[in-house]
Design a protein around this ligand. Sequence first.
Ligand SMILES: Nc1ncnc2c1ncn2[C@@H]1O[C@H](COP(=O)(O)OP(=O)(O)O)[C@@H](O)[C@H]1O
Ligand SMILES: [Mg+2]
Length: 292
Amino acid sequence: MSELKPIKEGKVREVYDNGDSIIMVATDRISAFDVILKNKIVNKGAILTQMSRFWFDYTKDILPNHMISVDVKDMPEFFQKEEYKGNAMMCKKLTMLPIECIVRGYITGTGWQSYQKDGTVCGISLPAGLKESDKLPEPNYTPTTKADLGDHDEHITFADTVAILEKEFPGRGEELATALRDNTLALYKKCADYALTCGIIIADTKFEFGLDDKGQLVLGDEMLTPDSSRFWPAKGYEPGKSQPSFDKQFVRDWLKANPDSDYFLPEDVIAKTIEKYEEAYQLLTKKPFVKG
Ligand SMILES: Nc1ncnc2c1ncn2[C@@H]1O[C@H](COP(=O)(O)OP(=O)(O)O)[C@@H](O)[C@H]1O
Ligand SMILES: [Mg+2]
């Protein structure tokens, strides 16, 4: 059996090349305040992969997505191991578009900071009098460039998006930029409305799209996981302050209270965090999480 090396190793995910397909593996690593913690959150990777799988199924009528299989039996022999059960997704290999398609339904984070300065978020003027974490009148599409490692993603206008895409795909800039915006908003609206009925506010998220071998637009990457989105518990939601993170609040609170911890968490914080991932999965899919 040949040893496979990831073609890309991110903070929490690994990507393997498999010819016409790729295998995306979500590990049990967790980051907080942009640092990888020393502990593993057991089953986090599998839960996030299964969550993406749920959303890809739920939205395939809006746009095709890259998911092929989450069953390791369909994958090369290298992945037929316990450590890849449930957390590996085989996906159609796409030519990725260099745009991070961000959509915000609520005002928080850098959007809230910018609004306090001048009443705008990424160049979009918003009504006066919004409070921190308020729901926006309409979800806002605020794309950024997809910067190389180390560089910062930059906010871009719709016209910038057209220009960037036109350069890479001559004759298709306008069409693709429009499709990115419209699909991002449609996907977010359908899923955020559904999540709310399950007790979860999806405050914002990021999608990535690519083109398949026929040049058709396809949704790629992970989808609506707490790693690519802000999940807030709907219970206790109250604008006028920052909201707790559905999954990482225990971790963040503990790290803030223990600045000398060297990013090693005690067992009870790990256990409570694992429970939060399982709870999010169960609320959204209406099924308990079972590995494998
Ligand atoms: N279907 C796909 N085909 C090819 N590349 C993909 C596909 N889906 C996602 N990707 C890319 O795989 C990578 C996933 O790596 P990730 O760990 O998220 O790191 P980063 O976001 O920092 O690049 C991203 O570069 C993403 O654009
Ligand atoms: Mg990424």
